[in-house]
Design a protein around this ligand. Structure first.
Ligand code: PHE
Ligand code: FE
Length: 296
């Protein structure tokens, strides 16, 4: 396969040290994928599709089913784009890896989602530090087929451009929102808690951990609470936030965040694993049921 591109620099952020690659858009070098690359895709695709039945949200699974991805081969970006653009006006663009924040926000604000063109090695099936093609295509792209989520991602991009101009603290607040929704969000479906976050659906271990372990907190969505909550990049999350619907997410994030950032600047951040008195904590009820103290 094509050699992975060289790192240009390391960016120091809230997330620690993050490698940043060339910022340009690249053509997907589809003919250069090796049999081993296609096989990594097939193994991961089959494993996660099976695991996610009854764990990922119905909306996610349906959207993913509509994209025309198959285990047989790494999807072609141009084929996915035909389906995606017709559905919600989003397109995917090939990139070398993580982009500088402002470039990333500007893509989202224009309904373009950057996708790493390269796929992880066979010894990295269970864990990879950086977003590769599997995480991006399998995890993120299906959500862009869902109209409410597609709008949320664009609004996030526009909000990101604005936060970038306001400074590092505003940006840290906004990045936490992305982390706890887009990457690690849970949703309360009519028949129980389900996964929609891309960082979870592309990980075998976390797909099980986030729903079946008693270790993490599962807390009802609260915008300012999320914006104050630190997060882990090197282990499973200690806290997941649960939305009721993508419409709820849109409505809660519609207000101008500028005064919120100003208010939060006066408050401290919250450790990743804390539970506050004001949190709506989900407990496993009888059978498969989940409830908070606020539920009747
Ligand atoms: N309303 C936010 C702002 O004013 C923009 C935003 C929307 C951010 C949705 C995140 C998600 O900055
Ligand atoms: Fe991601």
């Amino acid at each position: 396969m094509n050699a992975k591109p060289a790192r240009l620099e390391n960016l120091h952020t809230d997330k620690g040290k993050v490698p940043v690659y060339a910022t340009g858009i690249v053509e997907q070098p589809w003919d250069d994928y090796s049999a081993a690359d296609h096989d990594v895709w097939r193994q991961l695709y089959e494993r996660q599709r099976q695991l996610l039945v009854g764990r990922a949200s119905d909306e996610f699974l349906q959207a993913q089913g509509m994209m025309g991805m198959s285990p047989d081969r790494i999807p072609r970006f141009d084929e996915l784009n035909r389906v995606l653009e017709a559905a919600t006006g989003w397109t995917i663009v090939g990139v070398e890896g993580l982009l500088p924040e402002l470039d990333f926000f500007e893509h989202l604000a224009n309904r373009r989602f950057p996708v790493s063109w390269w796929i992880r090695r066979p010894d990295q099936l269970d864990y990879i530090e950086e977003p590769d093609l599997f995480h991006d295509l399998f995890g993120h792209v299906p959500l862009l087929m869902i109209p409410a989520f597609a709008d949320y991602m664009q609004a996030y991009g526009k909000g990101g451009v604005k936060a970038h101009g306001l400074g590092a603290e505003a940006l840290a607040n906004l990045t936490r929102l992305y982390w706890y929704t887009v990457e690690f969000g849970l949703i309360r479906q009519h028949d129980g808690l389900r996964i929609y976050g891309s960082g979870i659906v592309s990980s075998k271990g976390e797909s099980i951990h986030c729903l079946e372990s008693d270790a993490p907190n599962r807390i009802g969505f609260d915008l300012e609470r999320i914006m104050r909550t630190r997060y882990r990049i090197d282990s499973y999350q200690k806290t997941y936030f649960v939305i009721d619907s993508f419409e709820q997410l849109m409505d809660a994030t519609r207000p101008d965040f500028t005064p919120i950032y100003a208010r939060l600047a006066q408050q401290g951040s919250i450790p990743a694993g804390s539970v506050l008195d004001t949190d709506a904590v989900f407990h496993r009820g009888s059978g498969e049921g989940w409830a908070t103290d606020g539920d009747v």
